[in-house]
Design a protein around this ligand. Structure first.
Ligand SMILES: [Cu+2]
Length: 339
């Protein structure tokens, strides 16, 4: 039964509606034979592993030495810091685009385009008013750019100044406004360049920093492993079910701040739902006053929100997309709250 669909050319949605293949609460085995071909090729479909592996698990693990989503959560690139003659802070970053195969689920490879060899690219961080200088080198096989969300001059917008393979470009602007921003390639066809992995999180801190907290970056993304215009794998931070295999450890009473960005292509919206808890939501992070107290946020493409929450009771809690289809295809994680 579980190999019944193997080798058939089915879309993800057809797969999902036939035989309830993946309906068993994410008990999907992504480690399918043949799925390891770069780009997924023709049999990059998920198939049901049945219930024998327990809920929300996949067989094995990805090679975490290449990209570890747990490390990504708390890794911030503040750039090379110096002081300008006028006393302001200058931060210099280097981003290199390249073609690189990544692993989005155990055994499932994806022919990505990356900034600094990872998807998402590094999380760039600065404070409002800093001068930023970003050296971009295109080491990939296609033209690319970096388009930052923020306020800056037209010629720093990464749209018209396409950077050819082997060429370089330096973006320079002041960091504004404070909030949770992002960057991504802006070369047509755009959805292809974004979906291939050329995006990252860009945090501009307010002049007066937010209160101390455990800060976690979560980028919701998806991967079309067989080029049918739909995502076969969903995740927060690239690797399907990573935080089920490796729960995020928190403490009771600890303030947790999540920088949540939606970089999912092909689907109009994505979402995050926290179990047994509510969070304060700051849409786009451009205000220090929350605009919601809720347990679910729904974000369109490139939308983002800062979420703050504290767990009252120890235990293990799920967080996941409330599009259950996404959650069963990889976008599910766990918080392990210690007393
Ligand atoms: Cu590009």
């Amino acid at each position: 039964m579980k190999h019944r669909f193997w080798g058939e050319r089915l879309s993800r949605r057809q797969l999902l509606t036939r035989g309830g293949a993946l309906a068993a609460a994410g008990a999907a085995s992504l480690a399918a034979p043949g799925a390891g071909a770069a780009g997924g090729a023709h049999h990059g479909q998920l198939h049901s592993g049945g219930l024998d592996h327990g809920g929300n698990l996949v067989v094995g693990d990805v090679d975490l030495s290449l990209f570890d989503p747990t490390a990504y959560l708390t890794r911030f690139d503040y750039g090379k810091v110096s002081t300008l003659p006028d006393g302001r802070t200058l931060r210099e970053y280097k981003l290199v685009a390249s073609d690189k195969e990544i692993e989005v689920a155990p055994g499932v490879k994806f022919a990505a385009w990356t900034y600094n060899d990872q998807v998402p690219g590094p999380t760039l961080r600065c404070t409002e008013g800093d001068r930023l200088r970003i050296h971009f080198i295109n080491g990939g096989s296609h033209p690319h750019t970096i388009h930052f969300h923020g306020i800056h001059a037209a010629n720093m917008d990464g749209v018209f100044e396409q950077v050819a393979p082997g060429a370089e470009f330096t973006y320079e602007f002041d960091a504004e406004p404070f909030g949770l921003q992002l960057y991504h390639c802006h070369t047509p066809p755009l959805r292809r360049h974004i979906h291939k992995g050329l995006y990252g999180v860009f945090i501009i801190d307010p002049p007066e920093p937010r209160p101390p907290a455990l800060e976690l970056v979560m980028t919701m993304n998806g991967f079309d492993t067989n080029f049918d215009g739909e995502n076969e794998v969903y995740a927060v931070n690239t690797v399907a079910f990573h935080y089920v295999r490796h729960p995020i450890r928190l403490r009771v009473g600890e303030l947790v701040r999540i920088y949540l960005v939606n970089m999912t292509e092909f689907d109009p919206v994505n979402s995050l739902h926290t179990h047994a808890n509510f969070f304060r939501e700051y849409r786009t992070g451009t205000s220090l006053t929350p605009n919601n107290l809720t347990d679910i946020t729904v974000l369109g493409q490139a939308e983002r929100a800062i979420l703050e929450l504290t767990y009252k009771f120890p235990g293990t809690y799920m967080f996941h997309a409330h599009q259950t289809e996404f959650s069963e295809l990889g976008w599910t994680g766990m918080f392990e709250v210690l007393s």
